[in-house]
Design a protein around this ligand. Structure first.
Ligand SMILES: [Mn+2]
Length: 355
């Protein structure tokens, strides 16, 4: 945790006329305090920074968030929060409207009736990564790369998608991943047409395309990689589709630089796939930010008109999905810079035929 993060947060609070913010989203709680427990909330004002949590996490909170006043709450976290807020002269207090449920909002209103509660989004403060964060993401990428190398020795006709997913997750855990970054996707043969086909009991058949989308988590930071390989010899059609997706991916990476917008980069991949005749078969966005959350700001999509900036980390993951036939997706993580971008993912992207 660096002071810089709280400086940026307090600047945003001042811009929005807030006396304090209540931070409840786990990623933001961790980002602004260092505390990684599963329960608790932060109260941050110009003067104060308080972490409320329960009995289970007091010792951990003291260790992980030394710059915070740690307050143990009882049966109702809101009662304790209100006691601390009502001691102070706050008028306007921000809450994370994209995370707080209706029930929680009702409780906040009930306990803090004196206050003006204002919605605020804190995620944008996590978009640009610090050097230390980039190192952690790079480490999570390396774990996934190593698991991919290993899985190439395991994939063969006769084993199931679930077995491949298990082996990927086992390798990543052995290499230090805290957990899978998300439910591992293994989609083979006709199931490859499902962009998010979670591993099933389908057996790999000779000649199947096998799409694997997986990631590791290291000190809270995620990685995300997709590779599609052939369990045998590729057909001409498989080669054709693979090359289109790879070209789309390489061209968008080549164009990716700070000051471009998410729309512009998304369009580069989309145009190449459309020109090849598959416009209707690439129905998802090109990429997303990755960090303490697996999907976060910014986006490479037709809706993201903001400029990108140096030290943002995004996935670049075009795909083509053909119903009843299968699909291909290729995904790397990259760090954006002023001059271009640096690809973090090291795994081979040439079409791999496993014989
Ligand atoms: Mn992804």
């Amino acid at each position: 945790m660096t002071d810089q993060r709280l400086i940026h947060l307090r600047k945003l609070m001042a811009e929005q006329g807030l006396d304090a913010v209540i931070v409840t989203k786990p990623e933001n709680r961790r980002y602004f305090s260092g505390f990684s427990g599963s329960a608790g909330m932060l109260l941050i004002s110009e003067q104060a920074q308080i972490l409320f949590t329960d009995f289970r996490y007091i010792e951990q909170a003291k260790k992980q968030a030394p710059d915070y006043e740690i307050v143990r709450h009882g049966a109702s976290m809101f009662t304790t929060l209100a006691e601390h807020i009502n001691k102070r002269e706050f008028v306007r207090v921000g809450f994370e409207s994209d995370y707080v449920t209706w029930d929680t909002h009702q409780k906040l209103i009930e306990h803090l009736s004196r206050l003006e509660l204002r919605p605020i989004n804190l995620d944008m403060l996590r978009k640009i990564k610090e050097q230390a964060e980039l190192k952690l993401i790079q480490h999570a990428v390396q774990i996934a790369d190593a698991a991919f190398d290993h899985i190439l020795t395991i994939i063969r006709p006769g084993i199931s998608e679930l077995e491949i997913a298990l082996q990927l997750e086992y390798q990543m855990r052995k290499l230090g991943s805290e957990k899978p970054a998300f439910d591992t996707i293994v989609a083979s043969g006709f199931r490859g047409a499902l962009p998010h086909g979670q591993a099933s009991d389908k057996i790999i058949e000779a000649g199947d395309f096998v799409t694997m989308d997986f990631g590791a988590v290291y000190q809270g930071y995620h990685s995300d990689i997709t590779r599609t390989v052939v369990a045998g010899k590729a057909t001409n059609k498989q080669r054709e589709i693979y090359d289109i997706v790879l070209n789309a991916q390489l061209a968008s990476i080549a164009a990716l630089t700070a000051t471009k917008t998410g729309v512009e980069i998304d369009l580069i991949a989309r145009q190449i796939i459309a020109d090849a005749g598959y416009a209707d078969n690439f129905g998802h966005a090109l990429g997303h930010g990755v960090g303490l959350a697996i999907h976060e700001e910014p986006r490479l999509s037709s809706a993201y008109t903001d400029e990108l900036a140096a030290n943002m980390v995004v996935s670049v993951e075009p795909g083509i999905y053909l119903p009843d036939w299968g699909g291909v997706r290729i995904e790397d993580l990259v760090v954006i810079s002023a001059a271009g971008c640096q690809v973090l993912t090291a795994s081979n992207k040439k079409l791999i035929e496993l014989n």
